[in-house]
Design a protein around this ligand. Structure first.
Ligand code: SF4
Length: 310
């Protein structure tokens, strides 16, 4: 599959000459779309756990050591590491706390870079300056968009619109940060044409990476109630893979693909059952790309390039 897509693993290996793995770290940050800063109730698809590993009671260094030892045992001592401040919205931490945490993370043994979870409305100039000032080879901001359609964003209680994402993305990129956009395929009311339009929207922005997620119903999310009331159903596996393949062909070829599907945590998945079978999904994606001879960017229309893009 690597000759068809620009994967994060291949991108990092080409830049650093070795395997590089992300290590998720819990910061105990809160979510501005739950605590009232932006909104209440959170995004409709999000479970209250919000990507936390559950090790947040430990200091960053102990969390790092926990995962790093396991990954070194699996991949060998040459493996490089990126610290991923993943839970909730790391940039929602008070600036003083965020400053301490980021500098602490940058000094973790073997840390080559950072990935910081954020929202486009929780990223002011000071936070952009702070992250971009860190002396690390890789500086990524993981920024949720989910959909480029404002009606969908309103429906899922996202709390910002697509233009907010575009502004934050440009500001971060201008400061030298790599933005990884998070996208969900299968949100209520959307078809594959909406998904393609979201890809087109991102193609025209200075986005450096993308994560594709199949929509699944997570336990405790507000989407779960809608699903249980039969008001909505997530897409089937074949529909997801078909739409994903079309999106990949449409995606700008220099955008690094961080993910091709969601990865529900144990106990998190309410539906659909196929979302738990990661190996089967991965196999179907590979088979589909192969049989259709899909290559990233093969169908990408002309788009205006940002001055920062290579
Ligand atoms: S997806 Fe992010 S912003 Fe939305 S509710 Fe979850 S943690 Fe908050």
């Amino acid at each position: 599959m690597n000759d068809r897509l620009l994967s994060l693993a291949a991108h990092l290996r080409a830049r650093h000459g070795r395997r590089v793995q992300k290590i998720p770290l819990d910061t105990n940050a809160q979510c501005p779309n739950r605590d009232g800063s932006v909104g209440r109730g959170g995004c409709a698809f999000c479970s209250p756990r919000a990507a936390a590993t559950g090790l947040g009671r430990l200091p960053l260094a102990a969390q790092w050591d926990h995962w790093r030892q396991r990954l070194i045992a699996k991949y060998g001592p040459r493996t490089g590491f990126l610290a991923y401040l993943q839970d909730h919205t790391a940039t929602h931490l008070p600036l003083s706390r965020l400053t301490v945490l980021l500098h602490e993370a940058a000094l973790l043994p073997g840390c080559m870079g950072l990935c910081v979870s954020t929202r486009p409305d929780t990223l002011d100039a000071e936070r952009i300056r702070l992250v971009s000032s860190l002396p690390l080879a890789e500086l990524w901001l993981d920024m949720g968009l989910q959909s480029a359609h404002d009606a969908t964003l309103a429906d899922i209680n996202r709390g910002h619109d697509a233009s907010c994402f575009a502004r934050a993305c440009a500001a971060a990129s201008d400061a030298g940060l790599a933005v990884c956009a998070h996208v969900i395929l299968g949100l209520p009311g959307e078809t594959a044409d909406h998904w393609l339009a979201t890809v087109d929207f991102l193609n025209a922005l200075p986005v450096a990476g993308i994560k594709f997620h199949n929509l699944f119903v997570s336990r405790g999310s507000s989407l779960e109630a809608r699903w249980r009331a039969d008001a909505f159903a997530p897409p089937g596996r074949e529909a997801y893979v078909d739409g994903l393949a079309r999106c990949l062909a449409r995606l700008r070829p220099d955008i690094v693909i961080h993910r091709l599907h969601a990865d529900p945590a144990p106990g998190e998945l309410a539906a659909p059952a196929w979302a738990a079978d990661r190996a089967g999904l991965r196999h179907l994606i590979e088979l589909t790309l192969e049989t259709r001879n899909v290559r990233q960017g093969a169908d990408a229309p002309a788009f205006p390039r940002h001055p920062e893009q290579p």
